[in-house]
Design a binder for this molecule. Structure first.
Ligand SMILES: [Cu+2]
Length: 468
């Protein structure tokens, strides 16, 4: 609301209806947001009504109505993004943030989007997934000249089909997307749509990735695969806000992937259906229940489910390396290697020396290791029962029966009913028995002359695995 008012501040006290043509000819004042918090949904107070989305650790761009045209103003500019508390990255984005603000419109809306370039190099904006006149597609060199630094371009088109979209530059794309230039776009249906259910909560976020050396602030833009920070809306766990629902709510989550690899997005405790893709709503006959959906590069997936199980449910990318944060770890696998005695000897020479990874990497989550300035711990987050040992693309779906509708505040940890938490078994352990099934009859192994060998290999240090 305040942002909406900001737009009209150029008109002073003149009522919106009688604003002079001179004022309306000017650019809408660009709105800026620098807080990384999840902002409440922006309820539309002009144009056709709709049920707004909530952008995880993001916000929605306000607009002004000008003679029946919705006008937005995007500013491409360098930004400082807090990726997690205590960890800031120097990125490029829009209107104070990376990703840029979510743009929400209604099917049939006439749009005018001003794009001002405050970057040190040219840019353009491609409206990913939209049907629009070719010259509005934003591919610099192909459909328009690039927007030079300091210049403002205007894009005009009609939001022709409802769905989930994205926007990003189509000029020096590798650099500009590696630096965080991207945003989400939702076009709501103009009337009840047979394939688009009304939902109680509608979340959205982008999958992205960065390669930022611990202790530094700026992403390495040449990285193609070895990213060390896997982010949702340029945030890493525990910096990603929870997704909150009231028990029984119909929940929609829209996910767009502008990273360099695919992400199997997985939910605990519930099944969802993919109800929409890049191409629009999914036909009902093509929907099936599942708990993980792969979101490939450049794709959007819209998942719907009923949040009918109370609790704190993990919600994450299922690539285990994507739920960890940066660490320069050319670390060989040490599991099973007994260091007894060695550490003591080394300690007499190097007092701070410690053995890492002897029992797995879980120790890392709790170790109070000195980190270089400006990075996020590799795997962290304290839950009610101890360390969560996660980072990167991880959040929590919090379902509560007493969460008020429209309340997106974190309700705290779930209070499990008595007797419903896994607990230690303290009774006697039965003796181990061996299965007497023989097996192995279909394809008998040819062991002629070959002795059984027990392989005990220690993986060599690999310099090609610096990140995740
Ligand atoms: Cu992933």
């Amino acid at each position: 609301m305040t942002n909406r008012r900001q737009f009209l501040s150029g008109a002073g006290l003149v009522a919106a209806a009688s604003v002079s043509r001179v004022v309306l000819a000017a650019l809408p004042e660009p709105a800026t947001q620098t807080s990384p918090d999840t902002m409440p949904p922006l309820i539309p107070n002009t144009g056709r009504p709709y049920n707004p989305v909530v952008t995880l650790n993001g916000w929605t761009l306000p607009w002004r109505m000008n003679n029946g045209v919705k006008e937005f103003h995007l500013v491409a500019e360098p930004v400082v993004r807090e990726m997690a508390p205590g960890f800031k990255a120097h990125l490029w984005g829009y209107n104070g943030q990376s990703p840029g603000p979510t743009i929400e419109v209604v099917e049939g809306d006439r749009l005018r989007i001003f794009v001002t370039n405050k970057l040190p190099e040219h840019t353009s904006v491609h409206w990913h997934g939209q049907r629009l006149p070719n010259g509005m597609d934003g591919v610099s060199g192909l459909t328009q000249p690039s927007i030079k630094p300091g210049k403002t371009f205007v894009y005009e088109f009609v939001a022709r089909r409802p769905g989930t979209f994205m926007y990003h530059p189509h000029a020096d794309e590798m650099t500009q997307m590696a630096m965080g230039m991207m945003g989400f776009w939702v076009t709501h249906p103009k009337a009840k749509h047979p394939l688009i259910d009304e939902v109680d909560r509608d979340y959205c976020f982008l999958l992205n990735g960065y390669d930022i050396d611990p202790g530094s602030y700026t992403p390495k833009i040449m990285t193609m695969l070895d990213f060390n920070l896997w982010t949702w809306n340029s945030r890493v766990f525990p910096g990603i806000d929870p997704l909150v629902a009231r028990k029984g709510d119909k929940v929609r989550i829209r996910i767009g992937n502008l990273s360099m690899t695919n992400h199997p997005i997985h939910i605990h405790g519930h099944e969802f259906s993919v109800t929409g893709t890049d191409g629009g709503p999914t036909p009902k006959s093509a929907r099936w229940p599942e708990v993980t959906t792969d979101v490939a590069v450049g794709q959007m997936r819209q998942i719907d489910f009923v949040a009918d199980e109370e609790g704190d449910w993990a919600f994450h990318c299922h690539k285990a390396h994507h739920t960890m944060n940066a660490m320069g770890h050319a670390v060989p696998t040490m599991i099973g290697v007994d260091h007894t005695g060695i550490a003591k000897k080394i300690n007499s020479l190097i007092p701070d020396y410690m053995v890492m990874g002897e029992r797995g990497m879980a120790d890392m989550g709790e170790m109070e290791m000195p980190l270089p300035d400006n990075t996020a711990p590799m795997m962290t987050g304290q839950g009610p029962f101890g360390g969560v040992e996660m980072g990167g693309m991880f959040s929590i779906l919090k379902v509560r029966k007493d969460q008020k509708s429209g309340d997106y505040k974190d309700p705290g940890w779930y209070a499990h009913p008595k007797g419903t938490v896994a607990h230690e078994w303290t009774g006697d352990m039965p003796a181990e028995t061996r299965s007497d099934a023989k097996g192995g009859q279909t394809m008998p192994l040819q062991m002629n002359g070959i002795k059984e060998v027990e392989v005990q290999v220690r993986k060599p240090t690999s310099s090609s695995h610096e990140g995740h």
